[in-house]
Design a binder for this molecule. Sequence first.
Ligand code: SF4
Length: 328
Amino acid sequence: MKFQFLYIIKKIHKLFIDLCSKNRFLCEVLIVNPRKKRQDKVNQPIIKASIERLLSYDKLPYPIAVEIETYNKCNGDCDFCPINKNLDPREHKYMKEELFYSIIAQLKEIGFKGYLSEFSNNEPLLDSRIFEFSKHIKQELPLATKIIFTNGLLLNLDKFLNLVDNVDYFLIDHYYEGELKLRENIAQIARYCLEHPELKSKVKIQTINKHAIRNNRGGDSSNRRFVYNLKSCCMYPFSQFIIRPTGEISLCCNDPKGRYTMGDLSKEKIADIWWGEKYKKIREEILISRANVEICKNCDNFGVLDTDRYISNYKIGKNWNDIEKLLQ
Ligand code: SF4
């Protein structure tokens, strides 16, 4: 009797999930938003404590994560992304080399030892300078943790091998639709990593459905309609620094169109921007309520909760069994 009951419950649950996965609005209202509500309750005190810890220093510490877009376009077409290749309203911009080198010099000067990626709301392999830039970052910023994120569309084994020694972590977001299969270029890299197990703890191939419902990117995500307004504060204005190709600084990685500009590294120093008036004002406003900041009020992202665990969130090295199965 008990087993029959459990069987029926399981069946109903599966039917419910199937129904929601076919209808994005049901998915938002019945799955995503209730989950956000639960997370909000749990995360609120964690974020509060994390921000209080950062603010307890004489000065807010330098950002934990810096993202540099050396070119501001992506070649992907994921549903959830407001700047996918079919929607992106941004004008093409490449970062000038002298600006790139001056930013790295500044990071060196401040002894930057956080997380650094040549990626924010773009596909880094669209910029052919990534190989020399990554080499330069490795030489100049030995204390930083270097991460590359790519959708892998332009990746092949040669490019992978050219880049992998210059970074600490290599994340390949393999976007797919329909049946989950690895594209041949990614399968080749996966096989190489399995044959060289020392790479398994620094490389992650993450499979993501292009049509998934994900964070709503400051309310801009094109496949999100209903929002659950979070009560928690957000960690990003206290921990993240997003550099656009012009040197302008966006509020966070969920401000892909650069609706907010916190400063400009072609004219100012990192310290002047990070401890400057614009950031100060936004931080004060969001600490009271995210409703005080236009882009944040409809955003359902919490930021990285615990800055000490920035990279462990990605669970690198944990899904190789799944990747092996996909290769069979
Ligand atoms: S609430 Fe959203 S838009 Fe605002 S800083 Fe956080 S991630 Fe960015």
